[in-house]
Design a protein around this ligand. Structure first.
Ligand SMILES: NC(=O)c1ccc[n+]([C@@H]2O[C@H](COP(=O)([O-])OP(=O)(O)OC[C@H]3O[C@@H](n4cnc5c(N)ncnc54)[C@H](OP(=O)(O)O)[C@@H]3O)[C@@H](O)[C@H]2O)c1
Length: 263
């Protein structure tokens, strides 16, 4: 069984850790403030420490700190990464080349773009091997991330695009949920009913989309009778150019990813 070290126990690090705890892997979270993250020890049964040397015993080290911080401090972890350890970075915009320069003792670098549904084993992760990374390390990363959802192998040049689509993707759905709930209340529904209706509708629709062989456009047509209420609603979304706004949002995500890699 592999021992996994996680640097960064925020939203993404925690999502991965909570997805992995069922797999029986030994997990240690290396944190700055043990008191702040002690609850992970109690709730998830993992080790939490501020002693970086705990990473030396890890076969796999996951880097889940902010890209800006990685540029500043990742090199400080160099003495604590074992020879030939597999390093998986989930940081947006940070290349395997950059990670490789910080940790010259290993060529086994994988870039991964997960998303937060990983915490309920329904994540999507796109992985890319660093230039000198072995096939067996990619398989280890694939297996590890498969424990928290679906895994796709993509060229590293596509990481910014997949980040905008599946990495940020949950945020788009939650944004829609927020506005549906607020709109439902404006129509006079209680907050509780609005919450239940929106959660159940998004859940059912997402399941239908995932299970159906029909395209999203075809499924939408099934809800949209000509001259009906849904059509009236869709005409408003079209006139407000919501579709174009989504395309522009994805492009902004890609641009920011490239910027984070450079700065
Ligand atoms: N959130 C997502 O949906 C998502 C999706 C795909 C990829 N990512 C990537 O995942 C990474 C983390 O994002 P996030 O959203 O999880 O950020 P976050 O919630 O801000 O978490 C960052 C974590 O890094 C910790 N940290 C900072 N410096 C540290 C150090 N020296 N040693 C140990 N831990 C340290 C922070 O601890 P403190 O509490 O001590 O500050 C915090 O727990 C980013 O690179 C992001 O690009 C995120």
């Amino acid at each position: 069984m592999k021992k996994i070290g996680v640097i960064g126990s925020g939203s993404m690090g925690r999502a991965l850790i909570s997805g992995w705890t069922d797999s029986g892997a030994g997990i240690v979270a290396v944190v700055r403030d043990v008191e702040k993250y002690q609850y992970l020890e109690k709730s998830l049964g993992i080790d939490v420490t501020d002693d970086r040397s705990a990473l030396l015993e890890c076969d796999v080290v996951v880097i889940a700190i902010k890209p800006q911080l990685i540029k500043e401090i990742l090199h400080e972890f160099q003495p604590y990464i074992a020879q030939h350890a597999i390093v998986i970075s989930v940081a947006v915009g940070i290349t395997t080349e950059f990670i490789g320069k910080c940790f010259p003792q290993t060529a086994e670098i994988v870039k991964a773009m997960p998303n937060t549904p990983s915490q309920i084993h329904m994540g999507v992760t796109c992985i890319s091997a660093g230039e000198s990374c072995s096939e067996s390390s990619v398989m280890v990363a694939h297996e590890l991330l498969s424990a928290v959802g679906e895994v796709f192998v993509v060229p590293e040049s596509q990481q910014a695009a997949v980040g905008a689509v599946s990495g940020s993707g949950p945020a788009y759905l939650f944004f829609l949920a927020e506005y549906l709930q607020a709109g439902a209340q404006q129509l006079g529904l209680s907050a509780d009913l609005a919450d239940q209706l929106v959660r159940a509708t998004l859940h059912g629709s997402a399941q239908l989309f995932a299970q159906s062989e029909l395209t999203a456009a075809r499924l939408r047509t099934q809800v949209t009778s000509p001259g009906g209420t849904t059509q009236a609603a869709m005409e408003v979304l079209d006139s407000q150019r919501v579709g174009e706004a989504i395309g522009a949002a994805l492009e902004a995500g890609v641009a920011r990813s490239i910027e984070l890699g450079k700065s």
